[in-house]
Design a binder for this molecule. Sequence first.
Ligand code: GYE
Length: 340
Amino acid sequence: MKKYLAWCFALFLLVFCTGGCGKVKEEVQRKELYRAAAPVYDEKYITVGFIQTGKESDWRDANTNDYLDTFTEDRGYKLVYIDGNSDSGRQVKAAYDLVAQNVDYIIIDPIVEDGWEDVLEFAKQKEIPVIIADRGVSADPSLYKCWIGSDFKTEGIKAAKWLNDYLEESGRKDEDINIVLLEGTKGASAAIGRTEGLSGEIAKHKNWHILTSRCANFTQGEGRDVMEQVLNQHKDIDVVISENDNMMFGAMKAMEQAGMKYGAGGDIITMSFDALSEAFHMMKEGKLMVSVECNPLIAGIAEEVIQDLEQGREVGKIQYVKESVFTYKNAAQHIDNRKY
Ligand code: GYE
């Protein structure tokens, strides 16, 4: 009902402020701009605008499907889903649109951390609560209700600790180890955190060397292309660490094409992040040796936050999802109960 009255008042302002009321008129006109485009929301539903990064990986698809399965009409929601199409400018514009459409809540999964301050200020001004999910933003935390996702730096540390243990068990503790790092999208908190965690641990080992680190934007195609270039330039690779499973799947194609033996029993240790069901099949075959889980099933936590806010309850500013580490040694015992 609150929203409906707001609309009536906004329309009233528009009609009687055509003589110019400065900021109010301009803002009401902004609302008016979208009135025609905005769907008429039914008061009996909670309207949630969700701005997704795009479709860059299988992890992303699992994350999107979780939102589509959670925010359904029979569960009391109208979901306005926006595909960011891997374009952060498109995401920011979509956020302005959702504010102008006066949705009840906005959930944002930001492709990159920067560029969100102004639109989050606008949302706050219009009293539309924003939840940041999965990747983070560099904006002032007072501009959004909470952030829900993974501790990406800890994921990087977990991966490096697995490598340390594996090399020790293999009698290679003091061997020179040459590492290739395939990084996710530049400026994305998942890439920033994993790289920070990995680099910090790698720096503790004077015999571990990063041969090269290349961005492959979390996609399988770029993972393959980048790895082909790396293999043309480097022959002395001991470890490939990929900041998500899809880039590793692409890198594996490039290594196969170059006749490289990788995985358990091979010449190149293979490590990645996400722990998708496809990764479990690869680990079961020994092609992938470890995948640090990054849980994409976030929508349920976001729904709990919205319900808390609806009831006027405070919500925790940072909410981590639960996740583990899976290896070629334990993948078989988990593969049948994976949800994504
Ligand atoms: O690792 C990758 C996806 O933000 C944690 O984005 C997510 C990352 C994930 O494209 O597969």
